[in-house]
Design a protein. Structure first.
Ligand code: NAD
Ligand SMILES: NCCCC=O
Length: 485
């Protein structure tokens, strides 16, 4: 087993830093269950150093022109692309996701974000508003200050870059706390930003568990928090941010519907259902975990799906032929197995998979349930594992109401050849990202984020700029000032 031990746990003010007093963070390779690195959670002293570094670096970073900041972000994007293979291998060690995925979905997605926001940085402007008699207002788009990023474990490189790229483009500095389950990749991103020319303190990485993140959020030096995580954590983070009147972007969980009408291109719909449930071993927030299939094609859909499922290649994640890796941790595997047992107990029909592989690591056969009812636990709660629920429906009105009958609102998709119906469904879905004859694609050019309990704010696209900057109005008077007395 190759050790993936980084030089130290934290990256602060352009250099690695450790403090072995902090609680241990063992890093486990999910494919084998073996420890590949051991880091430490930040002590109060480390937290203070990181916040001080980010706070001190922010005014000078914001004083650069957008073009200068953007040049550094674009250079970091180039370095990431040059090191895609190395970054992808590390992402695989961090998460267990197969190299066949990480080579195309992680460092490349991070590079897209750095390139996109690097390009946008020089174009960020305020506006001029003409008023009567020569007076006018101009607006300045200003940074917020220091942004705290808090990450989930499924896409560590992408999550850090989706937050850092718009934050840094707008002139903020950042302290990023990756998930304690996958703490390695973000350190490499920090190294690359330094190499690209980011001054010390502009992007810092602090390791820790929930309490370390909560402590940083309470600090008055933090102006904004951007969390990717579960709804329960989102509620705590939102409350804490509100107490300090801090800006918040919350990218939370989902239970997204995929609606397949009987006129759909069946092979494409089956592909979307597979991608939307089993890519990254089902550990994607926007996954289509409720697959509604119109009753006329239910059997054809299940037949095609189960045939295609036989082609899955479960094996060594570092072998590029592998198409399904392990789950990220023993804990997440156990949560998933519990849901599968609940599904069976509540009367859903397990069509395939669902059993743990008796080998080292956190392996499970991807599961498909049919005859799932809306009130079953597996149809209501986010599992965050490779478990697809197939539900039957008859009519468009019925399925739209059922698709929306959830506290979540992250994504939704429809497969049909009837484009009028497709756009009607997209308009009716209560979800931040909707798909027509596609699913789970997240290009940097498109806003991404949730409605309802799935969160607030948007990542990616020009929309993210609104969430990482603030507007100041400057009124300019060109006339004598008058007063009533
Ligand atoms: N919407 C999205 O873009 C998106 C993307 C990926 C994952 N997710 C969601 O993330 C969840 C899975 O990730 P997870 O298990 O790491 O989530 P989690 O909520 O357990 O943890 C997320 C992060 O929050 C930190 N944290 C925990 N308690 C905290 C507290 N009180 N204050 C501040 N930070 C705290 C954790 O240390 C971790 O870094 C799923 O619900 C999934 O849907 C959402
Ligand atoms: N590639 C998109 C990932 C978002 C959530 O997990």
């Amino acid at each position: 087993m190759t050790s993936q031990q980084p030089p130290a746990s934290h990256y602060i003010a352009g250099a690695y830093l450790d403090d072995a007093e902090g609680a241990a963070i063992p890093v486990i390779y999910p494919a084998t269950g073996q420890e590949i690195a051991r880091l430490h959670a930040a002590t109060d002293a480390v937290i203070d150093k990181a916040l001080a570094a980010a706070h001190a670096a922010q005014p000078a970073w914001a004083a650069l022109s957008g073009t200068e900041r953007g040049r550094i972000l674009r250079k970091a994007a180039d370095i990431l692309r040059d090191r895609n293979h190395e970054m992808s291998v590390l992402e695989t060690y961090d998460t267990g996701k197969p190299l066949s995925e990480t080579l195309i979905a992680d460092a490349t997605s991070a590079a897209d974000a750095l390139e996109y926001f690097g390009g946008l940085a020089g174009a960020l402007t305020g506006e001029h508003i003409q008023l009567p008699e020569g007076d006018f207002v101009y607006t300045r788009r200003e940074a917020l200050g220091v942004v705290l990023g808090i990450g989930a474990w499924n896409y560590p490189t992408q999550i850090a870059a989706w937050k850092a790229a718009p934050a840094l483009a707008c002139g903020n500095t950042m302290v990023m706390k990756p998930s304690e389950t996958t703490p390695l990749c973000t350190l490499k991103l920090a190294e690359i930003l330094t190499e690209a020319g980011a001054p010390p303190g502009v992007f810092n990485v602090v390791q820790g568990y929930g309490p370390e993140a909560a402590k940083m959020l309470e600090d008055p030096r933090i102006a904004k928090v951007s969390l990717t995580g579960s709804v329960p954590t989102g509620l705590k983070v939102y409350q804490s941010a509100a107490a300090g009147m801090k800006h918040a972007t919350l990218e939370l969980g989902g239970k997204s519907p995929l609606v397949i009408f009987d006129d759909a291109d069946l092979d494409s719909a089956v592909s979307a259902a597979i991608n939307g449930n089993f890519y990254s071993t089902g550990q994607i927030c926007s996954n289509s975990t409720r697959v509604f299939v119109q009753s006329g094609i239910k059997q054809a859909f299940l037949d095609r799906l189960t045939t295609r499922m036989k082609d899955v290649v479960i094996g060594d994640p570092l072998d590029q032929a592998t198409t399904l890796g392990p789950m990220v941790s023993e804990r997440q595997l156990s949560i998933t197995l519990d849901y599968i047992e609940k599904g069976k107990a509540e009367g859903a029909r397990l069509v395939t998979g669902g059993e743990r592989h008796e080998q080292e690591g956190f392996w499970i056969a991807p599961a498909v349930f049919a005859d799932v009812a809306d009130d079953m636990t597996i149809a209501r709660e986010e599992i965050f594992g490779p478990v697809m629920s197939v539900l039957d429906f008859e009519t468009e009105d019925e399925v739209l109401a059922r698709a929306n009958a959830t506290q979540f609102g992250l994504a939704a998709g429809v497969f049909t050849q009837d484009l009028t119906r497709a756009h009607r469904m997209a308009a009716g879905f209560q979800a931040g990202t909707c798909y027509i004859n596609a699913f789970n694609l997240t290009p940097v050019e498109a806003p991404f984020g949730g409605m309802k309990m799935s969160g607030m704010g948007r990542e990616n696209s020009k929309a993210a700029i609104e969430h990482y900057s603030q507007l100041k109005s400057v009124y300019v008077g060109l006339n004598p000032t008058e007063a009533p007395f």
